[in-house]
Write a protein that binds this ligand. Structure first.
Ligand SMILES: Cc1ncc(COP(=O)(O)O)c(C=O)c1O
Length: 442
């Protein structure tokens, strides 16, 4: 990658926007400073921090959140996709209250876990059986470990810039905290290179784990050819193909595998499926998953105190069966398509070196020209235009992620989408002269 040209005007614009942000958020700043005494960096989740300090949230209703200084935002963070139901879905709220009247930590099988499992099996093609966990990270650890135990092999293949959890992080060269599995890294969408890699290590590979669309890596979709190659070659070498659908399952009623048409050996889930409460799940064919059947002599053990906690199980079931219907799923994903396309139109009109990638209710704004968005380009992009965008969107009442990922919830209205389109267009209009220009001109 070439070093981005220095743009002094852009740097000054960021200083100015940051000063307005700091002046507007004294209470959030004080919360941040005081939390730093006991939480490293004032935070207990890396993605929740951004400079100069994050706003503290006190309230949420429908598609909106409010911060400690009284600003109301339309929420396009949507809890990094887990907030699919919005902030006040009445069906889910009522279900949680009803369930809580019967006690929280019952310590035995409850009435809800089997129903939630049945609903997931009904919807998602690769699932005949599932097991629940407390997070997507745990679900991925369980799926990978299951593949390693069944195949008797050790090596795990994952994509550069992929994200599968706090200890399964492959952005920017990977985290030093990653689990010490023998990892092999593939380049996302590199069909020939990845096939060669898989064949060269055929006898050692337990599984390939993949997001069909990178979430944290910039909402870049896997090509059909890449997915088809992975399905074919993993079968030929006797390795498991695991689809991490923690984020992508929201893109279709039957998860993204229903759209790509590729059925993996195992699927992992998380985020919104617990109705907004903590959640994870891993599953696959009965053949694989029945190794967790305690009546078997060769059973795999799977613990987790809160795996079947009544809140996630009951809220999750109510959400899937009564709220996230086929129609509701289609509607909010179409709304996301409308928003993404309008952003792209606005970018094209203003001639800025930016683009959008993604599908339906989940997409990313990149300050990278269209057609040049790769996982590597996203990892090495000049952060300054994105920083200005983040600050200005926040100041305009649009709650967005610093990395440009935009997620919708079922609570978003057409008016919310129109407001965001207008704010984005105003941003480009205001700053088009100092943002990098499409075609390389400055
Ligand atoms: C694709 C993907 N997999 C796994 C995870 C980890 O899920 P959790 O944060 O519930 O551990 C995430 C979280 O963002 C994710 O995006």
């Amino acid at each position: 990658m070439t070093t981005p040209a220095i743009n002094a005007d852009l740097d000054l614009a960021i200083v100015d926007a940051e000063a307005r942000y700091i002046a507007a958020n004294p209470r959030s700043r004080a919360r941040h400073e005081s939390a730093r005494a006991s939480l490293p960096g004032g935070s207990t989740r890396s993605v929740m921090w951004y400079p100069p300090f994050p706003v503290g949230l006190v309230w949420g209703e429908g598609s909106r959140v409010q911060d400690m200084d009284g600003h109301e935002y339309v929420d396009f963070v949507c809890e990094y996709t887990a907030g699919l139901y919005g902030h006040s879905d009445q069906v889910i709220a009522a279900r949680i209250i009803e369930v809580l009247k019967g006690g929280i930590a019952l310590g035995g099988p409850n009435l809800y876990e089997g129903e939630l499992a049945a609903e997931l099996v009904r919807r998602i093609p690769s699932l005949e059986r599932v097991r629940f966990t407390n997070s997507g990270t745990e679900a991925n650890i369980m799926a990978i470990s299951t593949a390693r135990a069944i195949t008797g092999r050790g090596t795990v293949v994952a994509a550069r810039e992929g994200y599968h959890g706090g200890v399964l992080t492959f952005a920017h060269g990977g985290s030093v905290l990653n689990l010490p599995f023998p990892w092999l890294m593939m380049d996302y969408n590199d069909v020939a290179g990845t096939e060669a890699l898989l064949r060269a290590h055929a006898d050692d590979i337990a599984c390939v784990i993949l997001e069909q669309m990178l979430g944290g890596g910039g909402c870049i979709r896997a090509s059909d050819a890449f997915l088809a190659m992975l399905r074919r070659v993993t079968r030929e070498i006797g390795a498991f193909l695991i689809f991490d659908e923690v984020m992508t399952s929201r893109l279709d009623f039957g998860a993204m595998q229903s759209v790509t048409g590729i059925t993996p050996d195992m699927t992992t889930l998380g985020k919104y499926i617990g109705g907004g409460a903590s959640f994870g799940a891993f599953g696959g064919s009965a053949d694989i998953m029945d190794r967790f059947d305690p009546e078997r002599a060769d059973v795999f053990s799977h613990g987790g105190t809160f795996n079947n906690n009544v809140i996630s199980m009951a809220a999750g079931h109510a959400g899937l069966t009564q709220v996230l219907t086929k129609e509701a799923s289609a509607r909010f994903n179409a709304l996301g398509d409308r928003l993404r396309m309008a952003f792209q139109d606005s970018i094209d009109t203003h001639g800025v070196a930016a683009s959008t990638t993604g599908v339906g209710s989940l997409f990313n704004v990149h300050f990278i020209p269209a057609g040049k968005v790769t996982p590597d380009a996203v990892a090495h992009v000049d952060p300054q235009p994105g920083r200005l965008w983040h600050l200005e969107m926040m100041l305009a009442g649009q709650y967005v992620t610093p990395r440009g990922m935009v997620a919708l919830s079922l609570a978003h209205s057409d008016a919310d989408i129109d407001g965001f389109i207008a704010a984005f267009d105003r941003f480009l209009e205001d700053y088009r002269s100092i943002l990098p220009r499409a075609g390389g001109a400055t």
